[in-house]
Design a protein around this ligand. Structure first.
Ligand SMILES: [Zn+2]
Length: 183
């Protein structure tokens, strides 16, 4: 990877041997390995420890920070994920496990829509909840830096599963909870 970065430096007309760039290929290689470390991890592994001790009320986790790389430009997109689910038979997971699941899916080459679906599908697979909704709000460096969108424009993607997909009243209830901070 460091060799490839050196090629990029040459291609953009830089001198990879000048002071300041000497260590750059190795640094970029280390940084990218970290940014895509989730590709080598099973995101669902965080959700295996399920407790059957929850109630049957909606659980809302808001503002899970995420850092990802868009697969079209290999530039960062960053923002937050909000996850709500309606447990079945009291099956719940620790809040930090949901955050780790988001992180593992984010640390790959991604598109925001797929990231959103993957989080929802992992919750379905491991918790079999009655419903899941995932909202992801991110700003994309490839849009902001290239002047395609106005500064600060963000993208919101949503995935509903189970009862939150099929039941309009439940869906608006869960979207209201996700909007106003679950209070
Ligand atoms: Zn992009």
């Amino acid at each position: 990877m460091a060799r490839a970065v050196r090629e990029i430096l040459l291609a953009i007309g830089e001198d990879p041997d000048r002071e300041g760039l000497e260590e750059t290929p190795a640094r970029v290689a280390r940084a990218y390995r970290e940014l895509v470390r989730g590709s080598r991890e099973d995101a669902g592994s965080h959700l295996r420890k399920v407790f059957a001790e929850g109630g049957d009320e909606i659980v809302v986790v808001r503002g899970i920070e995420l850092y990802s790389l868009c697969e079209h430009h290999m530039l960062p997109f960053t923002g937050v994920a909000h996850v709500a689910y309606l447990p079945a038979d009291g099956r719940v997971v620790g809040l930090s496990k949901i955050a780790r699941t988001v992180d593992t899916f984010a640390r790959r080459l991604q598109v925001q829509e797929r990231l959103t679906r993957q989080i929802a599908d992992a919750m379905v697979e491991h918790l079999s909840p009655r419903g899941v909704s995932v909202v992801v709000e991110c700003e994309h460096a490839c849009m902001r830096m290239r002047g395609v969108a106005k500064h600060g424009a963000s993208m919101t993607t949503v995935a509903h599963r189970g009862a939150f997909g099929g039941d309009a009243a439940l869906r608006s209830e869960v979207m209201a909870l996700l909007d106003r901070g679950g209070r």
